[in-house]
Design a protein around this ligand. Structure first.
Ligand code: PMP
Length: 328
């Protein structure tokens, strides 16, 4: 018998998928950790589960209590599923720049959703800071605080990293991933480097994010912007502190979109925007390292969360981002 005890028992243990065409084209083996196959549909299910379990262990969350979080959507979706399964309420603060699909799904799941204007982190009304204040004022509530809560990266140190190690028999040459909170990148990088310090750990970064300049020069520089959601940051979060990083690769939107449609047409994978950044960076790394290397990245979430944007021709045309390989 193989029976999972509810939603939480089905988080993690995702397949590692060989991207066949892209591997053949580069002579490297490009592998994607299929996090879109988590029960809540994204990589953030793992962090959501660890943060709730951590709050329970610390007696911060009582039955009927509320989990509050500021999120680009996926963490909120993971939290909302787990709150339903465990008997908690869920209150989500989300910037109004995020896709309608994610906001609609959060409401369908029964979370209370407050959309707020997207303002920089230094503004006291930034969605992350707002969520912390709301949690502090609400009785029997806990703030998940994914950006600076180390239970987030611990989820990946204890599950995603070991799964990748086991699935590859420890034969990994490089790990590359974009960061939002940094939990996924950091947890896996910490685990892999401990097992084998020669594994290259590389941050992928969209335009407009500080990680690339920070890794390259130690300075925070914010230039440009990106249509991707859930990744990029203007600061170094607690989850990213002390994480071994060999290099960073910056990916622009046209390159990201081209790769997303290659994944769709050539690999049969319908993916969210951050996956375009991750796989584009993996392809750059494959060129830099040369044939014969095994490069692992993350397939963070699926494309249906962005149907009205990345996969809507009018929306993409208005952004000047219609891909050259579009099949009409
Ligand atoms: N991709 C997507 C679509 C996301 O929602 C997120 C999380 N916001 C990430 C990637 C980055 O994950 P992490 O927070 O672990 O850095």
């Amino acid at each position: 018998m193989d029976i999972k005890r509810g939603f939480v028992a089905t988080v993690g243990n995702t397949p590692l998928i060989r991207l066949n065409r892209l591997s053949e084209a580069t002579g490297c083996e490009i592998l994607g950790k299929a996090e879109f196959m988590n029960p809540g549909g994204s990589v953030k299910d793992r962090a959501a589960l660890y943060m709730i379990q951590d709050a329970e262990e610390r007696d911060l969350l009582q039955p009927g209590g509320t989990v509050v979080e500021g999120t680009a959507g996926n963490t909120g979706i993971g939290l909302a599923h787990i709150c339903n399964a465990k008997g908690y309420k869920c209150l989500i603060i989300i910037p109004d720049t995020q896709s309608q699909e994610k906001i609609d799904l959060l409401r369908t799941l029964g979370a209370e959703v407050r959309t707020v204007p997207a303002v920089p982190y230094k503004d006291p009304n930034n969605y992350v800071k707002l969520s912390g204040r709301i949690a502090a004022e609400l009785p029997n509530a806990v703030w998940a605080n994914q950006f600076d809560n180390l239970a987030n990266r611990r989820a990946h140190y204890e599950t995603t990293g070991p799964e990748i190690w086991q699935q590859t028999d420890g034969k990994v040459d490089a790990w590359v991933a974009a960061t939002g909170t940094g939990g996924t990148y950091a947890g896996v990088a910490l685990f892999l480097k401990e097992r084998n310090p020669t594994i290259q750990c590389v941050v992928a970064d969209p335009m407009g994010s500080a990680l690339y300049s920070y890794v390259k020069t130690g300075e925070i520089k914010l230039e440009g912007s990106s249509i991707t959601e859930g990744i990029g940051n203007s600061r170094i979060t607690a989850n990213m502190v002390g994480v071994p990083t060999d290099d960073a690769i910056q990916v622009d939107d046209p390159t990201c979109v081209h790769v997303l449609y290659q994944l769709l047409y050539d690999e049969g994978l319908f993916m969210g925007g951050s996956v375009g950044i991750n796989v584009a960076a993996a392809l750059t790394l494959a060129k830099e390292m040369g044939p014969g290397h095994r490069i692992v990245t993350v397939l963070c979430d699926g494309g249906s969360r962005y149907q009205s944007r990345l996969y809507n021709q009018d929306w993409m045309a208005a952004k000047g981002l219609l891909p050259d390989i579009l099949r009409r």
